[in-house]
Design a protein around this ligand. Sequence first.
Ligand code: PMP
Length: 352
Amino acid sequence: MPHDTTLTLETSPAKDIAALPPMFKTLERLVGNTPLIAIDLDYKGQAVTLHAKLEYFNLSGSIKDRMALEVLRCAYKKGELRPGDMIVEATSGNAGIAFCALGRALGHPVRIYMPDWMSQERISLMKSYGADVRLVSHEEGGFIGSIQMAEDLARSRNDVFLPRQFSNDDNCQAHNDTTGPEISAQLGACPDAFVAGVGTGGTVMGVKRALRALCPTVKIHPMEPAESPTLTTGHKVGKHRIQGVSDEFIPDIVKLCELDKVICVNDGDGIIMAQKLSADLGLAVGISSGANLIAALKVQQELLESGQDQATVVTVFADDNKKYLSTDLTRIEPVKDGYLSSDITLKGYSVI
Ligand code: PMP
């Protein structure tokens, strides 16, 4: 249950956008301000409500539009990005799609380096935006090799802009300025906790920045796959199927000491949860969204076990299922011991 507090929203000071291409004003209206929904479910006979932001309502279909818009805006303001410069990013997918959509809308050529084991839908999507997509194999270094190649290109040319989303604080600032304030404004109160899968960590770190300023006791939990827990080990330890989260290193912008406990979710549990959201409620979400809902339930159960009467837990549905139609998301997933999804019956949802 939201705490009974009156909230004053504080966002960053108004930015001077005079020097920005006028197209930014249009893009600002197409990114952010996504719906917040309350999902009702039954968990082991207990009536539970969990909250999620529907991030596939953003222009290119994912939460990464928020980061891309802020990074490009700040780069223009700092003079790091000029009209016609090439935007070059190493990305597992949604960030690349966001930079393609926003970059092309602003008239920039876009080049993307990405590991070659990402889904075909993501690769085709970026090519459809006219991007120059370079696939990087395990032997060439995968994620880390992709970042190295982007850096090498920027050193060899002077018309290249690198967003550097894993180390760029503007990534966090995007969520501080938009996602966090939207959550508290839409709830009309402080949530007890926010949980989200960590790719770059921009979402958790930025939402943490905004919500802790308004709601000092709010818990902020990162989520990662149990099969490959990068945050808890510091390095890559295995394979997992939650595309977009838990890469091979802890990003610079992630400050674990400022966050609450890491929540681990089995990728199969996330897949089954995403399948149920689509089949039972018509919410056709991607795999990380299913995993985020499982994580939100785990956080909520812990808060109730610690003695709270009720707990408002918010998460994000980072993208929809269209990029995963050729993955295990559309196959029958075996149920394993310990999966929470087996004990969840989805009842319905409403927009807050
Ligand atoms: N889910 C999906 C599907 C993503 O593409 C990403 C971004 N890589 C995330 C979650 C994690 O977001 P962030 O980079 O802000 O940690």
